[in-house]
Design a protein around this ligand. Structure first.
Ligand code: ZN
Ligand code: MN
Length: 465
């Protein structure tokens, strides 16, 4: 038996207004090469000036991840040549990072330790086309927090859970929207296998650029199988950097240990040590706000939601916010949570939004029996698509539920007269036929009859009352 030993390295873009060392706009999706200047293009003679906003955000993230913040940290140059790195080096932190020794707790209670969190600048972006490679320098110098875990992760599932929680922390603290699709959260994973009964680690490989949760899981699954087969056939794992081909679902060799870069790190001579006062750190700590696991606990302890529901809501901050805002007007947490985690979430994933006011109005209409639960789902979708209020849609579509006992009784008596044989069977014990009669009433009212009231009257009529 083999045990996977997994560590992650994650880069998160910090959503500052400007870049890490110049005043260029930090903005995603602008026309190529429009947010650039001599500093981020690495022109000779230019000097970096540290953006304090980025320091605040990285410190906030590190604090939320339970890291120890180093009062003094240093910048370093990591030298390598690549077309999208015009300076020929990246300003990062090497021996003395901003923060160390943090952790995230998974739902199982397992703690995944974080070795370090440091600040560095992003590179530009190469865009490969048929005619050749184009370079967009807009991303050059965008602030990044790099987070490195200890090899505490034992399965692809744990790796994905860790990354999802990390994403939430970035979103809750407001430092990044950590959107893997846009590349503002990127993940590399290293993995080795060790015999289950052995304390010694195996040789690891690193898989680069896993840009979705699914790809992370698949690349790790593939790599576990590849290494297992290799080891069981008596072969050896080669220490190397691998890529992931998402179309073919395989990892492949990018460069071996021999070809590994020697980055010739040295202290960045153009930047002073980064010194953080106790007062600064205290202010950051105060300003952090509620973290995902704290919100989850509050939903469980104060609102009586079950763990799973609370996690589902807190797993998307927008949904948690909508839930809390709506709760002020519709104070039934369990019922509201059910609507949010199913119907509202489904629409939200399709890009459709409802406001707390719209949701409140709809749920009150259901509560008061004006519309059925089933119809309410249709109405909610229309609300999200059109932006209209629920009562307008109910009116337009004639969805008002029939709760009037007298008119329902007329319909029910008709149905009962029409099926005398079934009534007899019901009376002689086939109580399951109640569903048949209910169906008939619903058909006649086009699903608009209030099921509770129909149920009550049907019982009375069938039992000869
Ligand atoms: Zn610039
Ligand atoms: Mn890095």
């Amino acid at each position: 038996m083999w045990e996977p030993v997994i560590g992650l390295e994650i880069h998160i873009q910090l959503q500052t207004k400007s870049k890490l060392f110049c005043s260029c706009k930090n903005s995603y999706g602008d026309p190529p090469n429009t947010n650039i200047c001599p500093v981020c293009l690495g022109h000779p003679g230019t000097l970096p000036v540290l953006n304090w906003e980025a320091v605040k955000m990285a410190t906030k993230l590190a604090t939320a991840l339970h890291c120890r913040i180093n009062p003094t940290s240093y910048f370093a140059r990591k030298n390598y040549f690549y077309p999208d790195l015009p300076k020929g080096y990246q300003i990062t932190q090497h021996k003395y990072p901003l923060a160390q020794d943090g952790y995230i707790v998974l739902r199982s209670g397992k703690k995944i330790r974080i070795e370090r969190l440091h600040l560095e600048e992003d590179s530009g972006k190469s865009i490969h086309t048929e005619e050749g490679t184009l370079i967009d320098f807009n991303r050059c110098g965008v602030p990044l927090a790099e987070i490195v875990t200890k090899p505490d992760i034992s399965s692809p599932e744990e790796a994905v859970e860790f990354l999802k929680i990390l994403r939430l922390v970035a979103i809750y603290t407001g430092v990044s929207d950590a959107d893997m699709e846009k590349g503002n959260m990127r993940c590399d994973a290293n993995l080795s296998l060790k015999p289950a009964d052995s304390g010694s680690l195996g040789v690891k490989t690193e898989v680069k650029n896993l840009n979705s949760f699914r790809f992370l899981a698949r690349a790790l699954q593939y790599e576990i199988e590849r290494q297992r087969k290799l080891l069981e056939a008596g072969g050896k794992v080669v220490q190397e950097t691998r890529g992931y081909d998402s179309h073919r679902g395989i990892t492949f060799t990018m460069r071996s240990k021999e070809e590994a870069h020697d980055y010739r790190y040295f202290p960045e001579p153009d930047l002073p040590p980064l010194v953080l006062s106790e007062e600064f750190l205290g202010k950051i700590k105060e300003g952090i706000g509620e973290l995902p696991w704290e919100k989850k606990s509050r939903f469980v302890e104060e609102l009586g939601l079950d763990e799973d529901t609370a996690w589902v809501l807190c797993g998307e901050k927008e949904m948690a916010d909508l839930f809390e805002e709506t709760l002020k007007h519709f104070p039934k947490p369990k019922e509201l949570a059910n609507w949010v985690k199913t119907e509202v979430m489904k629409l939200w994933k399709e890009g459709l939004r409802v406001t707390p006011i719209q949701l409140t109005k709809l749920l009150k209409m259901v509560e008061q029996g004006y519309i059925s639960r089933l119809k309410a789902k249709e109405v909610l979708e229309e609300v999200a698509k059109t932006g209209k209020n629920p009562e307008e849609i109910v009116e337009e579509k004639g969805l008002l539920q029939i709760s009037d006992e007298a008119s329902l009784r007329v319909i029910i008596e008709e149905v009962v007269r029409e099926f005398p044989d079934k009534v007899e069977k019901y009376r002689s014990g086939k109580k399951g036929l109640l569903g048949f009669f209910m169906g008939q009433v619903m058909r006649r009212t086009r699903g608009k009859a209030n099921p509770k009231i129909v149920n009550k009257i049907l019982g009375e009529v069938l039992n000869g009352k």
